[in-house]
Design a protein around this ligand. Structure first.
Ligand code: AMP
Length: 203
């Protein structure tokens, strides 16, 4: 069995950092749609040019474009063979329905909701703005992104709970504490232990 995981959580919940660590541990593809789009902007591709303004203002790129980007990426051999962790997609109900279709043959086996209160993510994002100078970490863009998360993305929690694949993980704590909670949620939901994790073999 391979891991096909969706990581949900507010901007600034630690999704990016924890996602990268989990992907390394389980040797699965780390697919961050925000990262894909920022790369497209950096290389001034047609997609990059089309989405730059939307991203800088903290808006959401349209569902059709996102679904086709993700469909292409999930079709690549690393994701097909070894599994993947999706970070930043789906973000709307239409995207979640597209993903249900895209992944029909090899369904998502766990969706983790990494929970961090709003006040704490605002603190973390203003620290990141100082360090990384991201246009979309400006106070106005952060406000918009968090509002869109509550409106558009939070409803996905119910969608995945209904499907029986949801695990809620407390994202408050040190990075190591949160990481330990994540790996334990993954073993509970999928039966898959990290390679070398506790001596059990990976299925
Ligand atoms: P992230 O790094 O995941 O916070 O993504 C940065 C920005 O990229 C978001 O604020 C959106 O503008 C855009 N983006 C990333 N993923 C998606 C998605 N699944 N749907 C729409 N927009 C997205």
């Amino acid at each position: 069995m391979t891991i096909r995981l969706v990581l949900l959580g507010r901007q600034g919940s630690g999704k990016g950092t924890q996602g990268a660590r989990l992907a390394t541990l389980y040797a699965i593809a780390h697919i961050s749609t925000g990262e894909m789009l920022r790369n497209a902007i950096k290389h001034a591709t047609p997609v990059g040019k089309a989405v730059k303004e939307i991203i800088d203002s903290g808006g959401l790129v349209n569902d059709e474009l996102m679904a086709s980007l993700v469909q292409g990426r999930l079709g690549e051999s690393d994701a097909r063979t070894h599994g993947y962790l999706l970070d930043g997609f789906p973000r709307t109900l239409p995207q979640a329905l597209s993903l249900d279709d895209i992944a029909r043959a090899r369904p998502i086996n766990i969706v983790v909701d990494l929970e961090v209160p709003r006040e704490l993510v605002i603190e973390r994002l203003s620290a990141r703005r100082a360090a990384e100078h991201r246009a979309d970490d400006s106070p106005e863009a952060v406000e918009r992104r968090l509002a869109l998360y509550d409106e558009q993305t939070a409803p996905l929690i119910a969608h995945y709970r209904k499907k029986g694949v949801l695990a809620v993980v407390d994202g408050v704590g040190t990075p190591d504490e949160v990481f330990a909670r994540l790996t334990s949620a993954i073993v509970t939901a999928t039966g898959i232990t990290a390679p070398g994790g506790d001596g059990r073999t990976t299925r």
